[in-house]
Write a protein that binds this ligand. Structure first.
Ligand SMILES: [Zn+2]
Ligand SMILES: [Zn+2]
Length: 213
């Protein structure tokens, strides 16, 4: 199996999790044997999040998408942002807040669950009023956590361990844009994302009645 960061291999990871007997869980309950918290921090692209969300729904997988209200890359209050949240809900996924410290304001778009964006060690695992912080115990434990940050698994791709049921439970952090856009390095993947973004924004300009003739 080729452990590339592609949607194809992401689908194989989901299948591996099912083979290993894991249950896709929200952060509403504490981890138990077989719990798989599938967490997506949406740092850059709602489009990428939606593509991943559709694939998961087809695979009967449930995830929690953490969306930003203070992103420099997308606007959750725009029609596109509202559509994205609605679609994620329709597909059965959870929606949490991907907050920029210290701004943790809950509103009815979000489940009461929060993940800090690029957190510092000193507050990363601290409890947050009104939310489950995904990095606080018992939801976070280094032995029960894997992340694809910057297109690198610190302990290797987890598909084999998932298929073997090796984790008692797991929080798996996956960034959609890494898997949706092609590239064997983060630089290549981000360049591919920027190319797609160019086309998407051109479409938005046309919709906004900008003369592109
Ligand atoms: Zn793999
Ligand atoms: Zn983030």
């Amino acid at each position: 199996m080729n452990c590339a960061f592609t949607l194809e291999h992401y689908g194989e990871l989901l299948e591996a999790a099912k083979t290993g007997g894991y249950r896709f869980a929200s952060f509403a309950g504490k981890p138990r044997r077989g719990t798989l918290f599938l967490r997506h921090d949406v740092d850059i692209s709602l489009d990428a999040a939606l593509r991943m969300a559709e694939l998961e729904a087809e695979a009967d997988a449930r995830a929690t998408y953490f969306l930003m209200t203070q992103s420099v890359f997308y606007n959750l209050a725009s029609p596109e942002g509202v559509r994205a949240i609605n679609r994620l809900r329709e597909l059965g996924h959870g929606v949490g807040l991907h907050a920029v410290w210290p701004g943790a304001e809950s509103d009815d778009r979000f489940d009461p669950v929060l993940a800090w964006h690029n957190p510092e060690q000193d507050y990363m695992s601290q409890p947050v009023d009104g939310f489950v912080n995904v990095m606080e115990p018992p939801y976070f434990d280094p032995d029960h956590y894997r992340s694809d940050s910057n297109q690198q698994w610190r302990h290797g791709c987890p598909h084999e361990e998932l298929a073997g049921g090796d984790f008692e439970w797991l929080q798996l952090l996956v960034h959609p844009e890494i898997w949706v856009y092609p590239g064997s390095t983060m630089r290549e993947t981000m360049d591919a994302m920027l190319d797609a973004e160019h086309e998407r924004r051109r479409g938005l300009l046309a919709e906004d009645r900008i003369d592109l003739s």
